[in-house]
Design a protein around this ligand. Structure first.
Ligand code: PRX
Length: 648
């Protein structure tokens, strides 16, 4: 496998960048030539049609393809025996599984037939709620094979969150497991699904894979076993039928929906389409990580998040790469687990999150003893700003100062990496994402939407926007296009607004400073403050609440909740009430959203018009008590002193 679009030198980067801006249609048509199409785009069509007003974004509309033919079939002739997925189980004593492209292709075809036998058709929404096992990747690809729209939900979300997503997506099918192993825990996934389905009238079928042998209730007429269904396909179909043709999809048909949090209470279903997402994930994978055939690529994310979609499943498989998928967590059975995996599988490229690095740093160097990390060539970081201390620890102790670190900035909505250095090709700079990829046109704007062009000291600072679409940009939010327009395209005219703040230096490098909206980034997981507040407010004793982020040594940001309780509760019950609130949040959203700190307050600081002054709450949570700014517009300034006194 060779990559005609792989950039190898800094000069080639600048050349590619320039052409991608001057002639985006020609540039991406050339990249598209490296893929297999069922039908090329009609001659009369534009490669790119767009405006950011509606927004309407179409890449290669009218061309026909199936992404799985590019991720699987295309590699069979020459690389069929190459390992596509290496799976490392949660328990280090359990056997590793390796699936070659041939085997993965066959399993995807078998399961695609299972989906068909169960009535799934092109365009149907299939919700996938599984642990990190190869069958999760198989389920995702089988949906794509028949043109069903997958919507993967991370295993840490609650029944209520799943129910909301099922409802929003109008999903009729679910693929799940009896349970999932994560470290010392055994998470009863099917039972969570059962709770999510109470009162649900649209789901017709639940396909259950066996992983943990946890007892599950199987409802007649609705629930079937994965194994039985696959056996049925294998028994009744011959090889030819099994090699089922992939559905012919339009370039702009939806490939998947992935729910993500925003500044309003309700998560939104980000929609990505077939061709643009395919080009973007493959292009960025090959260029940012400088993947070479034979390399073992280890992305530690969960497929329940966009990083797992783009850099465990689609990007690597489209490039014919070998991708390592890990079921467990970095600290189980001990804090040396990642390093054991790197050593055991001779990992060449490691892609993880700053929160994992900081957590492992806190165990010192002992867990690294005796681990051979010499196979590593490239290290990657994703999900949140990486602080310099973590960057240097990663560089020194993991990369032994010989591996370029790529700090990759992107979002669920961007489909793949937008700003990053290219490993060993363009320079790295600690805690800076550095340069935009070809096709990406960032700019910084001030509050009024004016482009920032003045440097203060060595950098300029502003809200990060994009001027034009790249192939992997989201197309809509499921079932509510207006929401997509409002959220991303209305803050600044004719620009895509990322929600992040950034700095830019004189060489054009970017440093992302964090979210400027009401979105938190906790251990690299996105949470909306309004979403967490809504969950807290569900507790019977809570009158109202306000949630803000604060700096957290390991998680990056922690969740700080100010809560007003009704007067009936007894002071001595505070600890119990705290626990009850945590249980409520776990039940409504999931354990990932549990506040780290809950401070009970008599009142929230509000202006005379009733608006909560979050700025003050943020400062108190951050410990900046002497720098609260103007508090004269508050209805009751005395509230601030109380809040300061009660700070946790
Ligand atoms: O704030 C940015 C932060 O994560 C947000 C996107 O979150 P999500 O959609 O969950 O996707 C995470 C994985 C791509 C961004 O708005 N973020 C992501 N990567 C970085 C980052 N912040 C700083 N540096 C990064 N490398």
């Amino acid at each position: 496998m060779s990559y005609p679009f792989q950039i190898k030198t800094i000069e080639q980067y600048h050349e590619a960048y320039k052409r991608s801006i001057n002639d985006p249609e020609g540039f991406w048509s050339d990249v598209a030539d490296a893929f297999e199409w069922k039908k090329k785009q009609p001659f009369s069509s534009r490669v790119l049609e767009w405006n950011f007003t509606e927004p309407r974004i179409k890449w290669f509309e009218g061309a026909r393809l199936n992404i799985t033919e590019n991720a699987l079939d295309r590699h069979l002739k020459t690389n069929g025996d190459t390992a596509a997925l290496i799976w490392e189980p949660n328990d280090p004593n359990e056997k590793t599984r390796t699936l070659s492209y041939k085997v993965l292709h066959r399993k995807v075809c078998e399961f695609a037939q299972v989906l068909r036998n169960n009535g799934v058709k092109k365009g149907d929404r299939v919700c996938i709620y599984m642990g990190m096992i190869p069958e999760l990747a198989i389920a995702v690809l089988a949906c794509a094979r028949i043109g069903a729209i997958h919507s993967v939900i991370f295993g840490g979300f609650s029944a209520q969150s799943i129910a909301d997503r099922l409802d929003d997506a109008g999903a009729e099918y679910i693929i799940t497991c009896d349970g999932a192993y994560r470290g010392g825990k055994d998470i009863p996934l099917k039972s969570v699904i059962d709770d999510a389905l109470i009162g649900n009238k649209t789901v017709k079928r639940v396909i259950v894979h066996t992983r943990t042998r946890t007892p599950v209730s199987m409802i007649k007429g609705r629930d079937v076993w994965w194994r039985d269904e696959v056996d049925d396909v294998i028994e009744t179909m011959n090889d030819e039928v099994l090699n089922i043709p992939a559905a012919e999809m339009d370039a702009e048909d939806p490939l998947f929906i992935l729910y993500t949090s925003g500044s309003t209470g309700k998560p939104k279903g980000v929609v990505h389409t077939c061709a643009g997402y395919m080009l973007w994930t493959a292009y960025t994978f090959v260029n940012v990580f400088q993947y070479q055939p034979g390399d073992v690529f280890f992305c530690t994310a969960d497929i329940g998040w966009i990083t797992g979609h783009s850099y465990i499943v689609y990007g690597p498989l489209l490039a014919g790469a070998t991708c390592l998928m890990f079921e467990g967590i970095p600290t189980w059975p001990d804090a040396g687990r990642f390093w054991d995996i790197v050593d055991k599988h001779k990992v060449n490229i490691l892609y993880t999150a700053p929160t994992a690095i900081r957590s492992l740093m806190s165990y010192g160097l002992e867990p690294l003893k005796g681990k051979n990390l010499s196979s590593l060539k490239v290290l990657g970081s994703v999900g949140e700003p990486i602080n310099e201390e973590a960057w240097h620890w990663y560089d020194e102790h993991i990369g032994k100062k010989k591996c370029p670190i790529v700090d990759t900035w992107w979002q669920t909505e961007t489909g793949g990496i937008l700003i990053s250095n290219l490993a060993g090709v363009t320079p790295a700079r600690p805690s800076w994402a550095t340069l935009p990829l070809p096709g990406v046109q960032p700019l910084l704007v001030d509050e009024k939407g004016e482009e920032v062009t003045e440097f203060t000291d060595v950098a300029m600072s502003g809200n990060l926007c994009m001027r034009a679409p790249w192939p992997g940009i989201l197309r809509t939010t499921w079932g509510d296009h207006e929401r997509c327009r409002q959220t991303y395209f209305s803050a600044y005219k004719d620009l895509y607004f990322t929600g992040d703040g950034a700095w830019k230096d004189e060489e054009g490098n970017y440093k992302i400073t964090g979210r400027v909206d009401d979105v938190l980034n906790v251990s690299g997981h996105r949470l909306g403050t309004a979403e967490v507040e809504n969950a807290i407010n569900m507790h019977a004793s809570v009158i109202e609440s306000a949630v803000v982020g604060y700096p957290h040594d390991v998680k990056g940001q922690g969740v700080y909740a100010y809560v007003v309780l009704d007067e009936k509760r007894h002071k001595e019950d505070d600890d119990l009430t705290r626990k009850d609130i945590l249980a409520t949040v776990s039940r409504i959203i999931g354990p990932i959203a549990k506040p780290d700190k809950i401070q009970f307050v008599r009142n929230l600081p509000k202006t005379r018009s009733g608006k909560i002054m979050r700025r003050i709450l943020r400062k108190v949570a951050e410990g900046e008590l002497n720098n609260l700014g103007d508090t004269t517009t508050l209805l009751d300034p005395a509230v601030v002193d109380e809040i300061k006194e009660g700070r946790l």
